[in-house]
Design a protein around this ligand. Structure first.
Ligand code: C5P
Length: 205
């Protein structure tokens, strides 16, 4: 069984995907980490993520990067959303994601284009969303402890900027697949969101 979980930043898709993987005993891939690894490589090489598209795509990142804590930082997320708009970057990561999805027994993948591009044949598809205010509040709660100088308005502006870039790009934009079930987590606890996600998968498979 392949389960595709897509949605914008801080929607809860990662938490839901991990919980589904545990529930069904399936391997899980957070595909955002791949784009973040390209972004961190670009940042360390001092390349301009917006213009040096070919060089960015050629960045064959070191898999050890996937375990680095810095990968999950907000600045890396912002650069990830810039490099991920390059069609060559997306093409360079496509096979790796399809191989993961094609494992015997299946897999859970979360990202922006799993149900639309990576695994359109998925057995279950969720599109996880929440209002920008709610997502910014979640992100702020996570980030503020580490950096007390960070203001809520900055976090909200960053979420909106990332939404606009991810939804507005020409190649594989963030979009709900026609056969994906929407799951709005704005007013749900984590437990309630996971329970609802399992109900949706059970109804679709
Ligand atoms: O999900 P996460 O916030 O880690 O993703 C970082 C960035 O990587 C996103 O803002 C998006 O631009 C890009 N991404 C993507 N396609 C995916 C997963 C992530 O374009 N499947």
């Amino acid at each position: 069984m392949i389960i595709a979980v897509d949605g914008p930043a801080a929607s809860g898709k990662g938490t839901i995907a991990r919980a589904l993987a545990k529930h069904y005993g399936l391997p899980h891939l957070d595909t955002g980490l791949l784009y973040r690894a390209v972004a961190l490589t670009v940042m360390r090489l001092g390349l301009d993520p917006a213009v040096e598209a070919d060089a960015v795509a050629a960045c064959d990142f070191d898999d050890r990067l996937l375990a680095e804590a810095e990968l999950r930082s907000d600045p890396v997320g912002q650069v990830a959303s810039i490099v991920s708009a390059h069609p060559l970057v997306r093409a360079s990561l496509l096979q790796r994601q399809r191989r993961f999805a094609g494992q015997p027994g299946g897999a859970v993948l979360d990202g922006r284009d799993i149900g639309t591009v990576i695994a359109p044949q998925a057995d279950a598809k969720l599109f996880v969303k929440a209002s920008a205010q709610v997502r910014a509040r979640r992100r702020y709660a996570e980030l503020h402890a580490a950096d007390p100088s960070l203001g809520f308005d900055k976090v909200l502006a960053d979420i909106r900027a990332r939404d606009a870039r991810d939804s507005g790009r020409a190649t594989a934009p963030l979009a709900q697949a026609p056969d994906a079930a929407p799951l709005d987590t704005s007013a749900l606890s984590i437990e309630a969101a996971i329970a609802r996600a399992i109900e949706i998968v059970e109804a679709q498979r």
